[in-house]
Design a protein around this ligand. Structure first.
Ligand SMILES: *Cc1c(COP(=O)(O)O)cnc(C)c1O
Length: 465
């Protein structure tokens, strides 16, 4: 399988190389040149598969001959053995024809574990064969760094450096990162804010000379193709459990960078009967504005009760645009260049295509808390704020009269106690068993000044892999 760039001029890559590459050299994102398509009979057969078996079925064509089938199976088994629920991605019913797909049973209690647990292992496998070692660098405002760290804890060929703003992340968030044990894990508390951290990561990717020769820097942010690939699996898993291919389903997806819902779009392209994909956003509603006004435009960032969806641009949306414009890379390149300096409007035909499968809704903090409270009242089920946004949009769509509607529950409520408190339900939150001793565990992190030189010097001196 070959991967091509959405901007049309970077070289095509195989799976192995795409794994190690973030942005394409032309600034675009990599997508598969063609997609595997499953017949209705093949999808019906998936009903008998457990999560790992299904993952192998879905992932194998994307990985192609870069990873031997037996090795792929071993990697997938190890990945999903880290999840603390036998079904890996269980469905819970919360109302008539309304289902919640629980994606928070991984080590850090958020859906990002599905992709990052796999990505770490895939990278390590490929690096081992190439006799290479890399450093991963990333910045976090607190809510997503732990998934990347947990994903790398067993990797022999990777050092991971995650920058967070010193004293500006919550205790639970910091401890989820700093109590992970491993010589290759490096938590850097930078005496600045999140934007400072992000700027340092960006500067380091632009000039990697601070690392010793032969060490490259790899990004594991949400544009990495392997992350999207891993997320396709649970769309099939849930839909088949609720009657696919005989019965089409609707998915409501709490959306930020458009990675998760793009995986749902790919599932539909691969033959899964999907009636509708609902883009559920918080007040940072760039995608809802695209869907309702056909215009892609930046607005100032708002801080909400669902911080993992606080974004101003939605990086993976470019992958959908590429298809909406008949995979014309030159057009996408021009459009994204114009977007650097101003708004971009999309053609009627592109938007008509998008609206055939996608709809959208923007949900306020007040509505989020109201949804958390009403779901608790109706069935004693506690939602996290991101999942609540999805469920609110699922109810408002009215589609459950005709289809099973599946909301992706992207995080465990214990991760976001502020929202639960505002919904008046503090007494209902409990950390899952394996995290109850989080506050007794030893922490390891380095406090560094808000200076690029200090951060880079620390990294160069602490490569342990
Ligand atoms: C990252 C994240 C999202 C948004 O997913 P995208 O792929 O960026 O759209 C939603 N909820 C939670 C809890 C997340 O961590």
């Amino acid at each position: 399988m070959k991967y091509i760039s959405t901007r049309g001029s970077a070289p095509a890559l195989n799976f192995e190389d795409v794994l190690l590459t973030g942005l394409a050299s032309d600034g675009g994102l990599y997508v598969p040149e063609t997609l595997p398509v499953f017949s209705q009979a093949e999808i019906a057969d998936m009903a008998s598969m457990n999560y790992v078996e299904l993952a192998e079925r879905i992932v194998a064509p994307f990985v192609d001959d870069c990873i031997a089938q037996d090795d792929l199976r071993t990697i997938l088994q190890a990945t999903y053995a880290e999840f603390r629920h036998d079904a890996v991605a269980p469905l819970t019913q919360v109302a008539h024809n309304q289902w919640v797909l629980e994606l928070f049973h991984g080590p850090t209690l958020a859906f990002k574990d599905f992709a990052l647990q796999l990505l770490g292992r895939l990278l390590d496998y490929v690096l081992e064969r190439k006799h290479r070692k890399v450093a991963i660098m990333g910045a976090t405002s607190g809510d997503t760094g732990s998934a990347a760290i947990e994903g790398c804890r067993h990797c022999d060929n990777i050092d991971i450096f995650i920058l967070h703003p010193y004293q500006r992340v919550s205790d639970v968030q910091r401890r989820q990162m700093t109590t992970v044990v491993g010589d290759n894990i490096h938590n850097l508390a930078v005496q600045g804010n999140f934007d400072d951290c992000q700027a340092m990561v960006k500067a380091s990717f632009n000039d990697k000379a601070f690392l010793p020769e032969g060490r490259s820097l790899v990004a594991v942010n949400s544009i990495n193709w392997a992350r999207i690939m891993a997320q396709i699996v649970y769309y099939f898993y849930a839909a088949v459990a609720l009657g696919a291919p005989g019965r089409p389903s609707v998915f409501s997806v709490p959306t930020g960078n458009f990675g998760d819902i793009f995986a749902g779009y790919l599932a539909a392209q691969m033959g899964l009967p999907v009636e509708r994909l609902i883009i559920a956003t918080n007040r940072n509603d760039v995608l809802h504005r695209v869907m309702t006004t056909s215009t892609y435009g930046r607005q100032a960032l708002s801080h909400t009760l669902s911080p993992s969806m606080d974004i101003t641009v939605s990086s993976n949306f470019e992958r959908l645009l590429f298809d909406l414009y008949d995979r014309d890379g030159a057009t996408i390149a021009q459009m994204m260049q114009r977007f650097e300096t101003g708004d971009v409007s999309f053609s009627d035909s592109a938007m008509a295509r998008a609206r055939r499968l996608f709809s959208s809704q923007c949900v306020s903090d007040e509505q989020t808390c109201a949804q958390i409270a009403s779901t608790w009242e109706n069935c004693e089920y506690l939602l996290d704020p991101h999942s609540a946004i999805g469920l609110k949009a699922a109810f408002d769509s009215g589609l459950s009269a005709r289809y099973p509607v599946i909301t992706l529950a992207t995080a465990h409520p214990a991760k976001f106690p502020d929202a639960i408190q505002q919904a008046g339900l503090s007494q209902a939150v409990e950390l899952p068993l394996h995290l109850r001793d989080l506050f007794q565990r030893e922490e390891r992190y380095e406090v560094l000044p808000n200076e690029l030189g200090a951060v880079q010097a620390f990294m160069a001196a602490n490569l342990n892999a």
